[in-house]
Design a protein around this ligand. Structure first.
Ligand code: WQD
Length: 349
């Protein structure tokens, strides 16, 4: 592992970031985490050390702090790229606190881009989202699908960030960018040492399912069964977080092959398959043999009815496609939940 292929991973102690740190290391990169731990747990660093067999360098600080980022780029020699995860991402919270989302998600990107250019670093993989499509008219969505008005300030921050990146590249700044539009990341590392750590009551479906199955939540509410889908519940494209991590490595490797000084592209990162909420519940019960207590409730404000990816471009451009199934992801999510339960019961005892 040569010391001159360091990759800065902002938000690298978070859910997707930590799984990407593992895949970067496995691919021979030297990941360097930058995280303010506003939505991450310091214990993740020990867990990453256990998985990788060595510590991962971490700089604790806020990506909106230009002086802090400048110090990181000065201290860390041999940085060849950046993966930018650091952003707030709770759709519901963004409706309640839009300014928090616009300030954090937009300013962290602007300050990071300036630090990269001052530091002579030109490769950036950006964490975007399928929320940029809004409710698409046709499915599956391709990267050329028209971006309709987003359903939340969160989705709008991702749309604006993509514009910021495209405009910066168009200004002939020395920048090569791949924006990855994720669909729904789920699951956990097969070691059960890292996984999703929702703070408080989970917003997302799968951690709510696993906490209900573990008896932490009394029941899961399925938000509506009167949609125009096979069983009336919403459809999403659920991707294993480990597959998502490898997609970021492939995106970096693709940038390294681009000889042009400036480059901007977007790629959907999904399985290409849609599953309904009820199907996820049924598959979870099948692979874990644990029943999920659920009730059908009202629709959730801001939910779109169905979305799933056309995954052809990720195969063509990144030479990447998902390797793990919905079953694998739900099984790994359950193992992770059980591990969390064991740890918290040890703390409680
Ligand atoms: C999935 C489905 C809910 C909870 C996520 C991320 C967002 C973005 C896109 C990356 C929906 C239903 C949920 C529950 C339920 N990812 N549900 N009961 O809304 O697709 O958004 O993926 O950028 O950041 O939040 O994911 O897991 O919240 O919901 O019925 O208790 O599960 O209605 O149909 P969503 P989700």
């Amino acid at each position: 592992m040569t010391p001159d292929n360091k990759i800065i991973v902002t938000g690298g102690a978070g859910y997707i970031g930590s799984h990407t740190v593992v895949e970067l290391f496995n691919a021979g990169y030297v990941p360097v985490i930058v995280d303010d731990f506003s939505n991450a747990d310091h214990r993740v660093l020990d867990r990453l050390r256990a998985i990788l067999g060595q510590p991962v360098t971490c700089h604790e600080g806020d990506c909106k702090d230009a002086a802090f980022l400048s110090r990181v780029f000065t201290k860390e020699s041999g940085i060849t790229g950046v993966i930018h995860f650091a952003a707030f991402k709770a759709v519901g919270e963004s409706v309640q606190e839009p300014l928090k989302y616009y300030h954090n998600n937009l300013m962290s990107l602007v300050v990071l881009l300036k630090a990269m250019m001052a530091g002579g670093v030109s490769h950036l993989v950006f964490s975007s989202s399928c929320t940029v499509y809004g409710q698409p008219d046709h499915l599956p969505v391709t990267e050329e699908t028209l971006k309709k008005p987003a359903f939340s300030p969160y989705g709008r921050t991702k749309q604006i960030c993509e514009e910021i990146l495209e405009d910066t590249v168009k200004s002939h700044a020395p920048l090569k960018v791949m924006a990855l539009r994720y669909f729904n990341p789920i699951g956990a590392h097969p070691s059960s040492l890292i996984g999703e750590l929702p703070l408080g009551v989970p917003n997302n479906l799968v951690p709510f399912i696993t906490q209900t199955a573990a008896g932490i939540r009394e029941k899961l509410t399925v938000f509506g069964d009167d949609y125009d889908t096979l069983d009336g519940t919403c459809v999403r494209d659920y991707i294993h977080v480990v597959d998502l991590g490898t997609a970021h490595v492939k995106a970096l490797q693709n940038l390294e092959k681009i000889s042009k000084k400036t480059y901007y592209d977007v790629v959907n990162i999904g399985t290409g398959k849609g599953n309904s909420v009820m199907e996820v519940i049924q598959v979870f019960e099948k692979v874990t043999n644990v029943r999920v207590n659920y009730v059908i409730g009202k629709r959730r404000e801001g939910d779109i009815e169905k979305i799933y990816a056309n995954a052809d471009k990720s195969r063509r451009v990144l030479n990447w496609q998902t390797q793990l199934s919905l079953e694998d992801a739900l099984r790994d999510a359950w193992h992770w939940q059980k591990r969390l339960g064991e740890a918290s019961s040890r703390v409680a005892s």
